[in-house]
Design a protein around this ligand. Structure first.
Ligand SMILES: Nc1ncnc2c1ncn2[C@@H]1O[C@H](COP(=O)(O)OP(=O)(O)OP(=O)(O)O)[C@@H](O)[C@H]1O
Ligand SMILES: [Mg+2]
Length: 384
């Protein structure tokens, strides 16, 4: 849908902000531009909606040179979200969101109704409608910014570091929300960040830029993590890219053992039988099936299991849904070295050893070598 074709931006003072950049931005997916400060991310984004005009090269929207369209028509099809939301301070939340529909000539009632619908979509309580921006937290204001950009239902969203001014917990919430909105609405999103974790989490495709506005690599995040193009990209990805890459491999292939699982009301015979199983420990679950903790079987007395004396079982992973990274994390957090798998209701589905997880990781590597360009099963999204 958006093709950046050998675009250069030279500012009047001679600064080359973007240097012969070519990118094919896929339709209905999130493309992330990431790179160090000053590498030309904002300039690139602004060239897409012509807030900045390229010095050389062209940007094609659906095959048509963006300069052939009146700039207002072009921008109407592109919502724009910036850091700190950039809300109109003297307008209420509902009127901020209704801005573009009003500009397009919608009636006040229709525009406000649309605004309220969008508030719900971005997870804002309806009671905020009549407040002013200063009466909202930073994260809430950012949601208003996203709602405002979506108001006229543009096919494209341009987002320039929209979540960088909020704390990590709120940020994670906003990221999850954006993935959900994207899945529901199928927008084409170009998202700028300098946070590589955010890029890997959100991007269907990630473009890593280096200073001077040159493209270092353009790839799906899993490929970026497995095959960084050069030392610059590798450095930018950070130290634990191997562990982070595991988040693209499903835990579905892990073989779960159910034999070492006992309920808190287990009989002496049941405990003894479990004790003979492969694991040197047994996992004790509540009557509802939720994991409570680990114990060596000979330390358990039927009818008198003391939950307070069990060993912690880390944060269980959801079998088949969570990644190998989550399974490994659970295993290394558990003093027994075993990870606990749960079903969607949080009931213990089985246990798995560090060794089995390590074997699955080796298997993932082998699979990765066969088809290096494919995002494996269990990845959150595929390229359409
Ligand atoms: N109007 C301008 N005139 C001259 N140089 C500019 C202008 N705007 C940006 N630049 C320069 O162009 C380069 C790229 O700037 P840009 O804002 O695109 O970077 P960025 O990747 O968005 O950085 P950041 O992560 O800090 O936001 C920088 O060196 C910047 O100083
Ligand atoms: Mg910028």
């Amino acid at each position: 849908m958006i093709r950046i074709d050998s675009v250069t931006k030279r500012y009047p003072d001679g600064t080359v902000a973007v240097d012969r950049l070519s990118l094919d931005i896929p339709d209905r997916s999130i493309t992330v531009l990431v790179g160090p400060s000053g590498c030309g991310k904002t300039t690139t984004l602004r060239m897409i909606n012509r807030m900045v005009e390229p010095s050389e090269g062209a940007i094609l929207i659906d095959g048509v040179d963006s300069r052939q369209q009146p700039v207002n028509t072009l921008r109407r099809g592109m919502g724009y979200v910036i850091q700190n939301a950039g809300l109109f301070q003297h307008r209420t939340i509902v009127d901020n969101i209704a801005t573009v529909p009003r500009m397009l000539g919608w009636s006040k009632d229709k525009a406000r109704a649309r605004a309220r619908e969008l508030m719900e979509r971005v997870g804002l309580d309806a009671s905020f409608a009549k407040r002013y921006p200063y009466q909202l937290s930073g994260g809430q204001q950012q949601r208003v910014g996203v709602a405002r950009a979506l108001a006229a239902d543009p096919p494209v969203l341009l987002m320039d570091e929209p979540f960088s001014a909020v704390d990590p917990v709120v940020r994670k919430g906003l990221q999850d929300e954006l993935l959900r909105i994207q899945a529901e609405l199928g927008k084409t999103i170009v998202f700028v960040t300098h946070d590589i974790d955010e890029a890997v989490k959100l991007g269907t495709m990630v473009a890593v830029l280096r200073t001077g506005g040159r493209l270092a690599q353009f790839a799906p995040p899993a490929e970026l993590l497995s095959d960084p193009a050069d030392a610059f990209v590798e450095d930018f990805l950070g130290a634990d890219r191997g562990i982070r890459r595991l988040s693209f491999f499903s835990s579905a292939g892990l073989e779960l053992l159910t034999a070492p699982v006992v309920a808190i009301d287990a009989t002496a015979e049941q405990i003894a039988a479990r004790g003979a199983a492969e694991s040197p420990y047994v996992l004790v679950t509540g009557l509802d099936g939720r994991p409570l903790g680990w114990s060596e079987p000979d330390r358990l007395t039927a009818g008198q299991i003391d939950v307070g004396r069990l060993l912690a079982c880390g944060r269980p992973f959801v079998a088949g849904q969570d990644s190998l990274r989550a399974a490994l994390d659970c295993a290394v957090l558990s003093p027994t070295g075993w990870a606990v798998a749960v079903d969607h209701e949080g009931r213990a589905a089985g246990v798995v050893s560090q060794d089995s997880i390590a074997e699955a990781i080796r298997g993932a590597h082998a699979a990765g070598r066969e088809e290096p360009k494919t995002i494996k099963a269990g990845a959150r999204k595929v390229i359409r």
